[in-house]
Design a protein. Structure first.
Length: 293
């Protein structure tokens, strides 16, 4: 309760006076202090984002919703509004980077969401090709005897036709599985092999789709901002989301075998424990969670 009261008082009263005092002491506005003091990355861009969102100035508030094509004009507008000389190239460059990161994050979420909304369609040749490619990457020495086959269970799908397992995450689930298999083929095959452990085994593909949902939810609620702002000094791309997914797959497999669950029936419990671990890591301002090819 007290945290909410303090948050309200700070946002509506103390913050204004604190900014006013600091401006008198330094001769600089809040954005100038943020963009001139902190190094590039999450700490700076998250602070800039918060400052813009909290501003009572319409020009500044609208800056967090600007699209990539309008970033340069937005930077000029903000500098004009705050009476900052256009020749201040450091401020201009740093604000430009932060606004690109902010707008890029929003665009990335929309791209991921749009892919998630695409249902797997067995009549779509491209979808089918991707699914067969996944099989060939994971099972290079075993031919798939039929499109509808019990063999799909060998790579961790639930039944004869994998399309039913993609319902929750749509095409995003398949694209993530395929990306990991293409870019980290040896690791993917090793993890698939480990997933067949007689005691600690789990359904590789199903868990992979579950981790897609985890990555998606972290992106949606903004938890990935720090990671992406540290990783990309510009526009985060779909590639960066896939890379984070690969990190989750690799780390979850290690986590699962370290924890040694009694059975797969406890999956949800350990999934949530892993989720909390990742959320904790993402709170670090210096966080970057990726695998290296």
């Amino acid at each position: 309760m007290w945290a909410h009261v303090w948050g309200f008082l700070y946002s509506n009263y103390f913050r204004f006076w604190l900014k006013w005092v600091l401006r008198l002491l330094t001769g600089k506005c809040e954005l100038q202090r943020l963009l001139g003091g902190a190094e590039a990355g999450a700490r700076r861009t998250l602070s800039v984002e918060h400052s813009l969102e909290s501003s009572k100035n319409k020009v500044l508030r609208s800056a967090v919703h600007v699209e990539e094509a309008e970033v340069e004009k937005c930077v000029r507008d903000v500098m004009k509004e705050k009476k900052i000389a256009q020749k201040d190239t450091r401020f201009k460059t740093n604000l430009h980077i932060s606004l690109l990161q902010i707008s890029g994050y929003k665009k990335l979420y929309l791209d991921v969401e749009n892919l998630r909304k695409v249902p797997y369609d067995s009549e779509n040749e491209e979808h089918e090709e991707q699914l067969i490619e996944l099989w060939n990457l994971l099972m290079p020495h075993e031919n798939l005897k039929a499109r509808i086959s019990k063999q799909w269970c060998d790579i961790g799908f639930q039944g004869d036709d994998p399309k039913t397992d993609f319902r929750g995450m749509g095409l995003l689930g398949l694209v993530n599985l395929l990306y990991f298999s293409k870019h980290y083929t040896n690791e993917a095959r090793q993890i698939l092999s480990r997933s067949n452990h007689p005691k600690l085994g789990y359904s590789y593909a199903i868990v992979g789709i579950n981790l897609t949902e985890m990555a998606y939810s972290l992106l949606k609620n903004g938890a990935l901002k720090g990671h992406l702002y540290n990783m990309v000094s510009g526009l985060p791309q779909m590639e960066h989301f896939h890379q984070f997914y690969c990190y989750l797959v690799y780390e979850f497999d290690k986590f699962w075998f370290e924890e040694e669950p009694e059975s797969i029936m406890h999956f949800n419990q350990y999934r949530e424990k892993f989720h909390e671990k990742i959320k904790g890591l993402l709170l670090d301002y210096n966080v970057v969670l990726t695998l290296q090819e």
